[in-house]
Design a protein around this ligand. Structure first.
Ligand code: FES
Ligand code: FES
Length: 935
């Protein structure tokens, strides 16, 4: 029913008519254009839509307009902050590094305001309680808690006794630190390039972009995990009001396939569907309601077929294939053979073995997938979306639409989290197709439920490992057999399965290794890239193996790791001799110090009966970059504008990790030009060089080096015109001096622009058989040009009555080569550590043949602030010469050691080995009662 409504929003009265069931969230975004209130779920599970209603924090998606008569609503836009003078809470979020992807940020800030309005001096528990409805997938919450504490401090200093309703006590603008200082942007916590816009709630994500004339697209997804599609009746849907087009496979002019390695996943299903997110049709209409209504009128007749869900069964010879086009269900097989494993085991005195199981996990980025496409006058199509690559998406869209690549432009917007899950397209091809067929702009934004059904997941793995040790603790041989569930299509199973094999021994030198990893197709949602990329699962197994071995040998677990740990000159299981930047032992030492500190802090603490405390440690390593002989380069361009500002053009997608900022810092450092005078344009295929995928922790290394190279060329070319850096007489270059340099260059006929491409040190393809006696110098050129290392020490409580595990504190240590922006680095470490806690204890994506069981954010088990442990991030800097200023990549590996460290701590506490993830209370209780499968 349409009702009149009178409501005050940001101190202005709005009188209008609305559907009584319209949510406040949609009213704010769609009727008032207030895009700072984000839509992460529309179910009350994420808190991204938090606003103040009559002074209290409320989730706008849960409120219907019919209940809001005369309500006073305050959104992030109403805080009164600006880029010049952010609100003091916004400023605190910037200063504490509490902004990464930024999708949760406006909701967090509004929840913090509600708290500080009533409690200007909250303790940590009060902050956790006040923000309990707000999810953050990036930060680990640690920086957010610090930000609220900082805001409270600034409030009490400026307005003693006042609440956050007091006038804005912010001391000044969010200065881009370094604006007046040309020296040393690298290594400093300058203001992130994206933070001011994100704390203000500016419309930076794809679904925020204004395009009133756009059609809304919705997708019809398969209802079954495996079925024959007998008939799709579109007749009624096509005649529904407002419908501009209903498209299926018949309407696709180009390749019906996408995928970064093999384009085997369908844009539209063919005669059979193989998982519950496969697209059958796309509807484009004038409004979302009309599109959804028309979609509901499409009639599909299916014949259900058997669902093949067990990867081990599917690998057996003679098993029916998951898809018609397959000869067997082996998605990928990788073998690693180093030395003589049989001889190694024959020489060993102590053996440990185990079977380990890890689960499917959803990335749970807070921004659901979204794309906006627009036609150009020249027959081109531009697509705006938040993803992990622009150029790869352009190629996939162009192939599907049978357009030349130059007719497709992809512009990346801010990305509300990716973690690997936005490497593959979801809605982008369908949005562009709608534009191609209708000639109209098209917007498609997935609901959370659709996102869960369509997007790739972390590979569940069954891992069998066996180690043989000498009495003095040397690993003489290890073997690993991995079966990974690849889901219905290949996505990135090849490299993920590969990593699970080549990282199976962990960061330890082992002369005899026999490892096989298989990816098996199943009728599950495709598995793809996810932070850690196969090394996470392998690490879970190998680090519990190390703990078991230490106990079997009667040795300190740290000492056992030290004996075997990688150092410069060690040889990996792929025969690569490690060089500079091999910092595992310093990382291990820092974690060991953390372990000792945790014991001192917690061991003697009184606990209720039945609650036991334990401590655990684990290490990890992972590659930086794609390696294995593949193209791994990136480009960058530096140009000076008439306005005296530098524009940096790069192809690195910033998903919130801060790559724009790091690139600007590197350029500033090389050019001797203040960081504040450098703007970054990233990932617009129309104007930016290709930087490849933001994956494999590679962008700091490759785009960082490309920026360094381009800035060096620019500086050399412009030397006659630029103020002399470091010359006290010349002073720090400012915009006026640079504008003058631009003019002098132009008068001399010089275009003030330099573009360079950087290729990292050459790598070689993986060779399955490695001779450990080979000349180590010969093997310096390996499958990867860089590795990063991490370790975690944890303290846990195990309630032996309920089976609940509580992680008290994590000391997370990571080697980053050189921290270009220490606060961002800490943020990555903290975020990865918390993701590791969720992976260990609670997160799981579940589906059966007809249902997505975990069909909401709530059910995924993502760790909330109330359950998050204290995380202490420790940065180890051991520069690698080839990295920009010694930096390496670091976004992933911090996640890896957390789950095994927790499992090891549980054993320390309760004497049971938990080898299956997640370690939910029922599994703990089963283990305690001796019912678990054992070791
Ligand atoms: S969008 Fe409202 S809680 Fe998620
Ligand atoms: S910064 Fe919180 S979800 Fe990304």
């Amino acid at each position: 029913m349409i009702i009149p409504v009178k409501i005050r929003v940001n101190r202005r009265t709005v009188e209008t008519e609305v559907d009584e069931n319209l949510s406040l969230l949609r009213f704010l975004r769609e009727r008032l254009g207030l895009m700072g209130t984000k839509n992460g779920c529309e179910k009350g599970h994420c808190g991204s839509c938090t606003v103040l209603v009559n002074g209290a924090a409320k989730r706008a998606c849960l409120l219907r307009m019919k209940t809001l008569s005369d309500a006073e609503v305050l959104t992030i836009e109403g805080l009164g902050g600006s880029r010049e003078k952010p609100h003091f809470i916004q400023r605190a979020f910037i200063d504490e590094g509490a902004v990464q992807c930024g999708f949760c940020t406006p909701g967090m800030i509004m929840a913090a305001k509600a708290l500080l309005d009533t409690n200007p001096d909250p303790d940590e528990a009060s902050i956790r309680e006040a923000l309990k409805n707000n999810l953050c997938r990036c930060t680990g919450y640690t920086a957010i808690i610090r930000a609220v504490q900082r805001a409270a401090r600034s409030l009490s200093e400026a307005c003693p006794g006042a609440g956050a309703a007091a006038p804005n006590p912010s001391a000044g603008p969010a200065q881009e630190s370094g604006a007046a200082d040309a020296s040393g942007a690298v290594g400093r916590d300058v203001v992130r390039k994206d933070a001011p816009g994100k704390v203000l709630g500016e419309p930076v994500y794809a679904d925020d972009l204004s395009c009133p004339e756009a059609l809304t697209g919705v997708l019809l997804l398969s209802e079954h995990a495996h079925a024959r599609v007998l008939d799709i009746d579109l007749g009624e849907a096509r005649s529904c009001p407002g419908v501009a087009a209903v498209l299926t496979l018949e309407d696709l002019p180009g390749r019906n396939g996408f995928g970064l390695f093999v384009p085997d996943q369908t844009v539209f299903a063919r005669e059979e569907v193989y998982f519950r997110g496969e697209v059958l049709a796309a509807v484009y209409a004038e409004s979302r309601e009309q599109a959804e209504h028309a979609r509901s009128r499409i009639r599909v007749r299916y014949e259900k077929l058997p669902v093949l869900a067990d990867p081990e069964v599917n690998l057996k010879e003679g098993s029916p294939t998951v898809r018609r086009d397959l000869k067997n269900n082996i998605a990928h097989h990788v073998a690693v053979r180093k030395g003589d494993a049989d001889a190694g085991f024959a020489d060993a005195a102590v053996f440990v073995e185990g079977v380990y199981r890890t689960q499917a996990v959803e990335h749970a980025y807070l921004e659901p997938e979204s794309a906006l496409s627009r036609p150009g006058e020249d027959g081109s199509i531009t697509v705006w979306t938040g993803s992990q690559s622009s150029h790869a998406y352009r190629a996939l869209i162009a192939a599907a639409l049978a357009l030349p690549e130059e007719k497709v432009r992809v512009v990346l917007t801010a990305c509300g989290g990716g973690f690997g899950g936005k490497e593959e397209p979801t809605v982008q091809i369908h949005a562009a197709l709608g534009t191609l067929k209708t000639g109209r702009p098209v917007r498609i934004t997935l609901t959370r439920e659709e996102s869960l059904r369509m997007s790739v997941k972390r590979h569940p793995m069954i891992i069998r490992q066996r180690h043989g040790f000498s009495r003095d603790g040397r690993i003489l041989a290890m073997e690993s057999l991995v079966t990974a569930d690849a889901g219905a299509y290949l996505s990135q199973s090849m490299p993920v399965v590969f990593r699970s094999a080549v990282t199976a021994p962990g960061p330890y030198e082992v002369d005899a290794v026999r490892a096989d990893s298989y990816g098996a197709y199943t009728h599950a949602t495709p598995r793809g890239a996810f932070r850690g990329f196969g090394s996470t699962q392998a690490c879970f197994a190998s680090e519990i193996q190390m703990d078991k071995a230490a106990r079997a040998l009667g040795m300190d677990p740290v000492e056992l790791r030290r004996i075997n740990g990688f150092k410069a000159g060690s040889q990996t299981c792929t025969g690569q001799t490690l060089g500079d930047g091999t910092a595992f032992l310093p990382v291990l030492d820092a974690a060991a110090a953390g372990l000792a500190a945790l014991r001192a802090e917690y061991a003697g603490f009184p606990r209720p009966s039945g609650v036991k405390i334990g401590f655990g440690i684990a290490g990890a390593y992972k590659n930086v970059g794609i390696g294995v002989g593949l193209d791994d380069g990136a480009g960058a361009a530096v140009e000076l504008g008439e306005n005296g500002r530098i524009r940096l053009l790069i192809g690195a997608a910033d998903m919130g990790q801060g790559s724009d900022t790091a690139a600007a810092q590197i350029a500033s450092e090389v050019l001797g030009i203040p960081y504040g005078l450098i703007d970054v344009t990233a990932c617009d295929t129309g104007i930016c060089p290709d930087g490849g995928m933001t994956t494999a922790s590679r962008q700091t290394f490759v785009t960082g080096n490309a920026v360094k190279k381009a800035a060096g060329s620019f500086k050399a070319m412009m030397a006659p015109y630029l103020p002399a850096p470091g010359n006290p007489a010349a002073g720090t270059p400012d915009a006026a001096a640079l504008a003058s340099a631009w003019k002098r260059a132009r008068d001399a006929g010089i275009l003030p622009r330099a573009e360079e491409h950087y290729s990292p040190p050459a790598t070689r393809a993986h060779e399955p058989v490695v001779d450990p006696r080979a000349d180590k110098e010969e093997s310096r050129r390996g499958i990867h040009y860089s590795y990063c290392f991490a370790a975690a020490a944890v303290a846990v409580e195990v309630d032996t009555g309920t089976g609940k595990i509580r992680v008290l504190k994590v000391r997370a240590v990571q080697d980053v080569g050189k921290a270009i922006h220490p606060a961002n680095v800490r943020g990555q470490i903290e975020g990865a550590a918390l993701m590791g806690v969720g992976f260990a204890l609670s997160e799981e994506f579940l589906e059966d043949e007809d249902h997505c069981i975990t069909d909401t954010l709530q059910k995924l088990g993502v760790t909330r602030i109330a359950d998050g442990p204290i995380i202490e991030a420790v940065i180890v800097e051991d520069p690698q010469a080839a990295g920009p200023f010694g930096a390496k990549g670091m976004g992933e590996v911090g996640l890896n050691p957390v789950a095994p460290a927790i499992s090891n701590a549980v054993f320390d506490a309760a004497g049971v080995r938990l080898q299956e993830l997640p370690m939910k209370p029922e599994r703990v209780l089963a283990a305690l009662s001796g019912l678990s499968p054992g070791q």
